[in-house]
Design a binder for this molecule. Structure first.
Ligand code: ZN
Ligand code: ZN
Length: 419
């Protein structure tokens, strides 16, 4: 590139996931997919952008996501579109639009992909971030609430995420929440002057959101507020009790955290989080809850829903990745004829399931072998004219330096046995 040309950089708040890092992502994603499928979940993929209205409706007009963080733009047709800030509204839209609820299949979905929020890109927060998300629809029984928490816990443990704690709560329903809201608002009002500016605004819009504030003073004050669990109607109370009993029968330790109300308006009854002491103040690994009115609010059938979302970047920071050596063969050739043979052999090696690279640059034998060493090749396959004539190839094991002479068949047998 000539010096006067300006280099184009990645957009603020976004980043490249480079190959070595991407390996870790693949591992975590594969583990998650495998586990979800065992519980009867299937993958769903919806578009990255939707009508802005969908998210305004889904997260509630008063939510922070809508008020300040959405990536909204007007397209060439004059429509207001938004890059998804969360996943649930898209799934709900898809179920209604594709009438998935009328099909004889469980409404259990998982999704892995990017989300977008126009947030201050600081402290490891990104404007394009990634989530693993699961959703179940049409299951009223609190047993599913417990099953989901159990599955989330299984995912964390199978990834080796230690030092975690499960927090649960109930945020009530449309029957019991209004009375709580009223008392909460009155209580918050009495502390108005001490709350941060943001929370003062929340008193009037949605006092429940004061619980999300990270400000130390606000958190302390929030501890004085009335708690939702004291206001639950008999149905919510029973649901919460059974949920907790089912977790006990799984042997899953959990703590009731009355301040766990979750940021979004649509939650009803169960909410939960898995936190890790290793994450500091922003300690949540994953969080979710029930949203029994959402589908109906979207003009769909009256079916309940529950799910959770995992921040992938955060989860990845907690997963211990061992250094697993990769097995691969580096093919070194001398001359055009050997190159052709090498290409054929590389193709056959790949068919055995072993990764294989072939050197195409015209380098000396020594040069090629030293490059193979730098790339940490497990094996180097050397092909020269002599080898072609004898139909016997030199296979060098890089770690031990051991070198054997073998036919194509013998060589392929060795590779087949490695995988
Ligand atoms: Zn209730
Ligand atoms: Zn505050």
């Amino acid at each position: 590139m000539s010096p006067q040309k300006k280099q184009i950089a990645a957009i603020k708040g976004t980043k490249d996931i480079l190959p070595q890092e991407a390996r870790k992502w693949q591992r975590v994603e594969a583990e998650a997919k495998g586990i979800f499928e065992l519980y009867g979940y299937r993958e769903i993929r919806t578009p990255v952008f939707e009508a802005t209205e969908l998210f305004e409706k889904g997260t509630g007009q008063t939510s922070d996501v809508v008020t300040k963080e959405m990536y909204t733009f007007v397209d060439k047709g004059g429509r207001s579109l938004t890059l998804r800030p969360e996943y649930t509204p898209s799934i709900v839209r898809s179920i209604i639009e594709n009438r998935l609820n009328l099909k004889p299949q469980p409404l259990r979905f998982y999704f892995i992909g990017p989300m977008f929020r126009y947030d201050k890109p600081q402290k490891g927060r990104f404007r394009q971030f990634h989530q693993i998300d699961i959703e179940v629809f049409g299951e009223k029984d609190p047993a599913i609430d417990a099953e989901i928490v159990e599955m989330a816990d299984f995912l964390c443990s199978s990834l080796g995420v230690m030092d975690r704690e499960i927090l649960v709560n109930s945020v009530g329903c449309r029957e019991c929440r209004p009375a709580y809201h009223q008392d909460l608002k009155a209580s918050a009002e009495s502390y108005r002057a001490k709350l941060c500016a943001d929370c003062q605004r929340k008193i009037d819009i949605n006092p429940l959101r004061i619980f999300d504030c990270k400000n130390e003073t606000c958190r302390k004050i929030a501890r004085e507020f009335p708690i939702i669990t004291d206001y639950l109607c008999p149905e919510c109370e029973k649901h919460f009790h059974k949920f907790s009993c089912y977790l006990d029968s799984y042997g899953i330790k959990h703590r009731v955290e009355p301040l766990l109300v979750r940021g979004l308006d649509y939650y009803t009854k169960t909410t939960f989080e898995i936190i890790s002491s290793k994450l500091g103040a922003q300690d949540s690994i994953l969080g979710g809850g029930r949203y029994d009115d959402m589908m109906k609010d979207f003009g769909g059938p009256d079916i309940c829903g529950i799910g959770f979302a995992v921040g992938l970047e955060r989860l990845l920071s907690l997963v211990p990745f061992g250094k697993k050596p990769e097995v691969f063969v580096y093919v070194v050739t001398i001359g055009e004829k050997a190159k052709k043979t090498g290409m054929e052999l590389a193709r056959a090696i790949r068919r055995t399931g072993v990764e294989c690279l072939i050197e195409y640059k015209d380098r000396s034998l020594r040069n090629q072998i030293s490059r193979a060493d730098k790339l940490r090749a497990t094996w180097v396959l050397i092909i020269g004219e002599d080898e072609i004539k004898k139909k016997k190839f030199q296979l060098k094991k890089m770690e031990s330096g051991e070198q054997i002479s073998c036919t194509q068949k013998e060589m392929l047998k060795i590779f087949s046995e490695t995988v």
